[in-house]
Write a protein that binds this ligand. Structure first.
Ligand code: NCD
Length: 328
């Protein structure tokens, strides 16, 4: 038997949220971030329902009849699937738009393509593009809601929110924790969104990696920069191990991947020198043996798969909250 949960079970959108789009974490207040995290916790309880196979209903029909388009111009496994699933769990219809087989390849402009989609009564566009600012550009040109699923090396807001939710679930707080973002800070949108979110919520942030990928300029925002992973091991609560974004690099940032993993890879030797309750997270995809060894990625300190579960809840919260705000 399948029973839909109605809007009344969830109450109204929490006061204090009035954004129609989710374009980035920069500029969100601590209260706004907390509202999304809290809402995601509520949705997660629906996703995790397991009251016997027959009665298990993991859907809420809050956005039934609404239409969402996934507009992905870069590869994705987790984010695209997670947004699709989140939209479906909210009762929406979802179209996965494939840029390579569309009329874009016949010369149609990006904005014209999206306006045509909108003319088919699409309510929300989830967009990933290699060009920073794409989500913002869309939000200025269409009537519907826009959620940024990653724009170049700029921002990836839902990834940061799910990372932060995972941290909050494990420690019960974010404020006062020391979080190290390790790896390719220069090209990582996940890093940027995490920096804004973590600082806003009162965490200490350390950026760690080779000097070719971690600029000292970041210190002006109030983060620490370290070029030695070994030196920071014992004072960090959370390590967020970022993938080296080879596809965004024009020059080789280090002599070899072997050297990188030797200096910055998280392995069991390094793990044994961290705090007892250290948390290991990674946005994925992970390159086993490069940023993290398999035993650590699959070990008891790792929350890499919890992040994926939290991702669906965060995207449900983001969709529902943005779509509940009407155009002025
Ligand atoms: C991240 C991305 O695409 O920016 N991955 C993701 O969304 N799951 C990080 C990455 O690709 O390394």
């Amino acid at each position: 038997m399948s029973v839909s949960v109605e809007l009344g079970d969830w109450g109204e959108i929490p006061s204090g949220w009035n954004r129609r789009h989710l374009l980035g974490i920069e500029g969100l207040s601590a209260d706004e971030i907390t509202l999304v995290l809290d809402q995601a916790e509520r949705f997660k309880s629906v996703l995790m329902r397991s009251d016997g196979y027959e009665n298990r209903n993991r859907k809420v029909s809050l956005l039934a009849g609404k239409m969402c388009v996934n507009l992905f111009f870069e590869n994705s496994t987790r984010t695209k699937t997670s947004f699709s699933l989140a939209a479906r769990r909210l009762g929406m219809d979802v179209i996965d738009f494939s840029a390579s087989t569309s009329s874009l390849s016949k010369g149609e402009t990006f904005i014209d393509t999206v306006k045509n989609l909108e003319a088919m009564q699409v309510d929300t566009i989830v967009v990933r593009h290699s060009c920073p600012g794409t989500a913002m550009l869309l939000s200025e040109n269409i009537c519907g809601h826009v959620l940024n699923a990653g724009d170049g090396a700029h921002e990836h807001p839902t990834q940061a929110l799910l990372d932060i939710l995972t941290i909050r679930q494990r420690f019960g707080r974010v404020s006062g924790l020391t979080v190290a973002l390790v790896g390719d800070i220069a090209h990582s949108r996940t890093a940027r969104s995490n920096i804004w979110g973590l600082l806003t919520l009162g965490a200490k942030v350390i950026l760690c990696g080779p000097s070719t990928l971690v600029s000292r300029q970041w210190e002006s925002l109030g983060v620490m920069v370290s070029y030695s992973l070994d030196e920071i091991l014992d004072r960090v609560d959370v390590f967020n191990l970022l993938r080296i974004q080879f596809e965004r690099q024009v020059i080789r940032p280090f002599p070899s991947t072997r050297e990188y993993s030797h200096l910055y890879g998280m392995d069991s030797g390094r793990l044994s020198r961290t705090k007892k309750d250290v948390l290991i997270i990674a946005p994925g995809p992970i390159n086993r043996g490069l940023e993290v060894t398999p035993d650590v990625a699959d070990g008891q300190h790792s929350a890499i798969l919890d992040q994926v579960t939290n991702g669906v809840a965060i995207r449900m919260a983001s969709l529902w909250m943005c779509m509940s705000v009407k155009k002025q």
